[in-house]
Design a binder for this molecule. Structure first.
Ligand SMILES: Cc1cc2nc3c(=O)[nH]c(=O)nc-3n(C[C@H](O)[C@H](O)[C@H](O)COP(=O)(O)OP(=O)(O)OC[C@H]3O[C@@H](n4cnc5c(N)ncnc54)[C@H](O)[C@@H]3O)c2cc1C
Length: 487
């Protein structure tokens, strides 16, 4: 049901005129996130200036029966902030103050709109370290990271966002303000509510303040790059490094398609004819770093690497990481639509997973680039397609369904870090089973009895596509007819 003018006036009253937007250009630019094929215009966008304003908006949603979608930077890759169901977007990205960096307790208190890279730089200036580093580090917000439990390049050694969340200020789905956790390092008082809220994808609460754990900055780091003729040899090197009891701070791989695209995009001198590339980094005490880097180099050579080299200096190591972070953008240049997934398997199953994903893409005749976090089994098969070609999109979706089945069969998961959102909803039950879905639905019902927060996401039964794309050729034709009939 569309949001009424009376509700819009009340929202304006809460956030003032400058915090309320409903011009067409605002609605269009908040209709999607980083996920292709999903788009739905909101009814309005509100920009709260305080926790109290967020709580007042949520209470109004309960009273006046409309839906709310929290939004950070909109870089999500599962449609989490796509405002289906005539929702009002609550935009948190302008709330971007770092409220405190506590060097005695090694914590940072931030507003949800702080960009992850901004916090990382601010703490680095004090010789501290915030490890989670999604590829989107320069644009995504910490609120979005907590809601998606985002991972990144350093996941193998340092874990993911939930390993760093010590406390939260949350507006609950009924409009109360809840504070969980705190600076005490040990705290077992009651259920760990913030463990339920982290990764809840905006469906169980809106984070208004986030307390994060920091680490001392590693004294040294050393990057190592290795070129291989094929992915199997790169996988042998990864297995060898883990077997040698080394836990690298980063161990990323790129396949040939991705290498070529990154080189065309970033022009950093990568050879275009190799089959796979491993980017590794050791960090910590300088002596340990030197030893680990030398060991990783030797293991890669034994695995058959065509070329192995250590970064000449930290700047070169940083350039290597930037190249890896550009993989998605580089692949996106191949075709108009780029669909990136994050099926994840136990580390030991990675070579089989990569081979089977390639076979699926070949069988369906789809252009595929694969890269990802080799150390933690988190793969990013990226299918390059064209959303206007409905027949090919159908093949792409069939291929992804098969890829998720393979991940589950190999003991993995349908998503390692991007969340379920809208795009992976149809596959969740296969992973967690009917009791798992029921328990999640019960939890949602108890916490959000009027179902106001982030409709349609994770568990709500409805089709995968909520956006502008049809599911069948017949739907496509009907949609085309209705567009022609529009005045
Ligand atoms: C190029 C690229 C690379 C990426 N690399 C990675 C990667 O390496 N690892 C990784 O994990 N992800 C990655 N991502 C995905 C994405 O950046 C992350 O999911 C990120 O955490 C989303 O943050 P955001 O601020 O953009 O959130 P949004 O996309 O705006 O929202 C994401 C979800 O969080 C909810 N949300 C946002 N803010 C709040 C809040 N304050 N309170 C409650 N709920 C909220 C939304 O409702 C939505 O469900 C990548 C994306 C891109 C485009």
């Amino acid at each position: 049901m569309p949001v009424t003018d009376a509700v819009k006036s009340e929202l304006r009253r809460i956030v003032s005129d400058r915090g309320f937007r409903d011009e067409p250009e605002d609605l269009i630019t908040h209709a999607y996130d980083g996920t292709p094929l999903l788009e739905h215009r909101p009814e309005a966008i509100v920009i709260p200036q305080s926790t109290e304003q967020v709580a007042a908006i949520v209470r109004l949603a309960n009273d006046a029966d409309f839906k709310i979608v929290p939004r950070g930077a909109g870089s999500g890759l599962s449609g989490g902030s796509v405002p289906v169901d005539n929702s009002v977007v609550v935009l948190l990205s302008p709330r971007r103050e770092i409220l405190e960096i506590d060097e005695a307790n090694l914590t940072a208190l931030v507003e949800p709109g702080v960009v992850t890279g901004t916090l990382a730089d601010a703490v680095a200036a004090r010789d501290l370290f915030y490890p989670p580093d999604p590829g989107s580090i320069s644009i995504c917000t910490l609120g979005g990271n907590v809601a998606e439990d985002s991972g990144g390049l350093r996941g193998l050694k340092y874990g993911v966002t939930h390993n760093y969340v010590m406390g939260l200020e949350v507006v609950t789905p009924t409009g109360e303000v809840l504070t969980t956790g705190g600076k005490a390092f040990k705290n077992v008082a009651g259920y760990r509510l913030h463990d339920v809220l982290v990764g809840s994808e905006g469906t169980l609460g809106i984070f208004t303040k986030i307390l994060l754990r920091l680490l001392p900055r590693p004294q040294a780091s050393q990057g190592v790059v290795a070129h291989f003729a094929c992915l199997e040899e790169a996988a042998t090197a990864v297995a060898g490094i883990i077997a040698a009891k080394i836990t690298p701070a980063m161990m990323e791989f790129l396949d040939q398609t991705t290498i070529r695209c990154v080189e065309d995009f970033a022009k950093i001198g990568l050879p275009r004819d190799i089959g796979a590339l491993l980017l590794m980094e050791s960090d910590g005490h300088p002596a340990v770093v030197a030893e680990e880097a030398a060991q990783m180099e030797a293991i890669c050579r034994r695995a058959g690497a065509l070329h192995v080299a250590q970064a000449a200096d930290p700047a070169e190591g940083e350039r290597m990481k930037t190249a890896r972070r550009s993989a998605f953008a580089a692949l996106a240049r191949l075709k108009p639509t780029t669909i990136l997934e994050d099926a994840t398997v136990p580390r030991s199953a990675l070579p089989e997973m990569v081979a089977r994903v390639e076979e699926v893409a070949r069988r369906h005749g789809i252009l595929l680039g694969t890269f990802g976090h080799a150390g933690d089994g988190n793969l990013h098969p990226t299918l390059c397609t064209d959303e206007r070609d409905h027949e090919e999109i159908h093949r792409v979706e069939t291929a992804f369904a098969e890829i998720f089945d393979i991940a589950i069969e190999l003991g993995g998961t349908i998503t390692g870090e991007h969340g379920v959102g809208l795009s992976k909803k149809p596959f969740l039950e296969k992973l967690v089973g009917p009791p798992g879905i029921r328990m999640m639905q019960d939890l949602k019902q108890v916490m959000d009895p009027r179902a106001v927060l982030n409709p349609g996401k994770i568990i709500e039964p409805r089709p995968r596509r909520e956006g502008r794309l049809p599911n069948t050729q017949a739907e496509a034709e009907a949609m085309a007819r209705s567009m022609m009939e529009r005045p």
